[in-house]
Every structure is written in C-alpha cells, then in structure tokens.
Design a protein around this ligand. Structure first.
Ligand SMILES: NC(=O)c1ccc[n+]([C@@H]2O[C@H](COP(=O)([O-])OP(=O)(O)OC[C@H]3O[C@@H](n4cnc5c(N)ncnc54)[C@H](OP(=O)(O)O)[C@@H]3O)[C@@H](O)[C@H]2O)c1
Length: 285
C-alpha cells in the first residue's frame, strides 16, 4: 500500500483529497499547520504532521516513508488575518516540501496549480506557480501538474449575493467557465498516482457564463434575478494606483480575480457533481 502525503490537507480541495486517498486504500499523512482546523480530517488520516510549510526547519521528517506527495497547498482567496504573501506559500511552501522529498525516498509529486492559458500569463499568481513547476520538472522526481479551472467553492459567492438580492458581475458576464466540485477533482488527482500523465487540464461537467451561474443562483434561492454589471477598467485602474499601498497578497489575489472574470476558463470535462446541487446545499445552510 503506497504511503501518500497530502499538503494543504485542510483546504476545500485538500479535505476531498484525504477522503479519496483513504477510500482508495492508501496510507495517508496529512500536513497541517498549527492554526489549521483539522477536526474534519483527523479521524480519516493515518498520520497528522503539524508544521509550518513556510518554515522549512519545521518540516524535517514530513516525507519519511512517503512515496507520493499530492499538494493542494496554496492561497486560493482572502483569509482574515493571514497576510502571508502568496509567493511564500504557493512557491515557498511547495519548494520546502520538495526539499524534504528529495532528502527522503519520495518517487512522485502531484502539484495542483492552475490553468495557464495565454490570458493568464502576465499574472503574479501564474509566475509564482510556474516558478515552482519549473523546479519540480527539473527535480528528477516523477511529477504531474494538475491544471484545474475554478472550483465550486469559488462560485459560492453567487449564492451569497443572490440571497442578498443583487449579484454583481465584473465585466459583461459572458465569459465561460466549467467549475469543478472538490470531490470530482480529488478523484482525478488521485488517479494520477499510478498514471504517466505529466499535465492534466481539468474542470467540471458543465460550462456556464458567469451571468448564467448568477441566474442559476437566483433560481436556486427562488428569487427573480437582479444582476448588476460593473465595468472592469475602474478596478484595474484602482489596482494600479493603489498597488504601493496594498499588501502583495491582496494585489496578487485581486489581480487574479479581475482576470478570471474577464476571460474564458474552459477545460476538458470531468466528474458528475452539478453546480445546481452545490448551490442548493449552500442555500440551505
Ligand atoms: N479555488 C479555486 O477555484 C482554484 C482553482 C484552481 C486552482 N486552485 C489552487 O488549488 C489549491 C487549493 O485550493 P483550495 O481552494 O482548496 O484552497 P484553500 O481552501 O484556501 O486551502 C488551502 C490550503 O493551503 C493551506 N495554507 C494556506 N496558507 C498557508 C500558509 N501560510 N501556511 C501553511 N498552509 C497554508 C491551508 O491551510 P489552513 O487550512 O490552515 O488555512 C489549506 O490547507 C491552491 O493552490 C489554489 O491556488 C484553486
């Protein structure tokens, strides 16, 4: 039975990765940080390794006996009180884990990155993730780079806005995306443990324009759609002007969000979970 380390195990995707790896019969170690909320996973893992991925000295031994690493470690959105620059986590954290992997007998590193379409090449977050990917590709380890489009977790904002009565869209709302549920993505990630594929573009079973996703949210909460479209240029201008005054982390995340709403992010389709069912679950919470 292969021993698998899951990094970012307490996140939206990480929690599903732990469950899927256990269901497949792997021995699972979860890397969590002291401040992580790991109650949801602690009973479904074989070992819990508490350390700060951004501090290499705390990671010694994290890869002992491990054959495969699956990393969903990264900053996916604003976290109250967490000002750590995205580069320190997405590059620094994964770089530190790779360092431990090379000291141990790890054979394979599966890294969850992001789609790298031309429209996203100029983004800070792309440079940060691609820097780690180049390092991984040159490490000598077997590897697979997952390139998912948006997660259902990121579409959840539409339900919050629909409940409040008005959904705000940046831009004209006609760009397309096929978001994916964490459980479906986790299945594809764990499939890669025994696959030779080195890069996988992955998204959910159905495409939506951002406006269609907003309208779906209104229909789920049983309200007439009220959608306000805000031009993107004021945000882009504000971001440029405010750059010297806002944190690197905030700049990277807002720059990414603006690009996401203004470009198609459609990939090959996987999975069976529907956005409608996810919205229904959220609307009942
Ligand atoms: N969300 C999307 O739509 C999307 C789309 C494509 C790719 N991705 C990528 O997929 C990955 C996982 O996304 P997700 O939505 O599952 O993210 P998430 O829910 O925010 O989880 C991120 C994980 O990373 C850990 N983490 C964050 N900052 C850390 C730090 N400073 N030190 C140590 N650990 C830290 C979190 O630990 P705590 O629980 O302790 O905070 C958590 O386990 C990210 O790299 C993201 O960029 C996301």
């Amino acid at each position: 039975m292969k021993k698998v380390l899951i990094a970012g195990a307490t996140g939206y995707l990480g929690t599903y990765l732990v469950q899927e790896a256990k269901q497949r019969g792997y021995w699972v170690r979860a890397l969590v940080r002291t401040s992580s909320r790991f109650d949801d996973i602690k009973d479904s893992v074989d070992d819990l390794f508490v350390a700060e991925a951004t501090r290499p000295e705390t990671l010694q031994g994290v890869c002992d006996g491990i054959e495969v690493i699956v990393s969903a470690l990264g900053v996916a959105g604003p976290r109250p009180g967490d000002t750590t620059p995205v580069a320190d986590v997405d590059y620094g954290g994964n770089h530190n884990i790779l360092g431990e992997a090379l000291k141990a007998s790890v054979k394979k590193f599966i890294y969850v990155a992001f789609i790298n379409f031309p429209a996203f090449q100029h983004l800070d977050i792309t440079h940060i993730k691609e820097k780690f990917i180049s390092e991984l590709q040159g490490s000598g380890l077997e590897y697979c780079v997952m390139r998912p489009t948006a997660y259902f977790s990121d579409m959840g904002n539409f339900i919050e806005m629909a409940k409040k009565g008005t959904a705000y869209l940046i831009g004209h709302g006609r760009y397309r995306v096929n978001p994916i549920h964490g459980a479906d993505l986790a299945k594809v990630c764990i499939d890669m443990i025994d696959s030779d594929e080195q890069e996988v573009l992955v998204g959910g079973p159905r495409e939506y324009t951002y406006e269609e996703a907003a309208r779906l949210a209104f229909s789920v909460v049983g309200k007439d759609p009220k959608i306000k479209k805000i031009p993107a240029w004021p945000f882009a201008l504000a971001l440029k002007v405010l750059r010297p005054f806002i944190s690197k982390r905030k700049f990277t995340l807002v720059q990414f969000m603006l690009a996401a709403f203004q470009n198609d992010a459609v990939t090959p389709k996987y999975g069976s979970h529907t956005l409608e069912d996810y919205f229904k679950e959220l609307s009942e919470q």
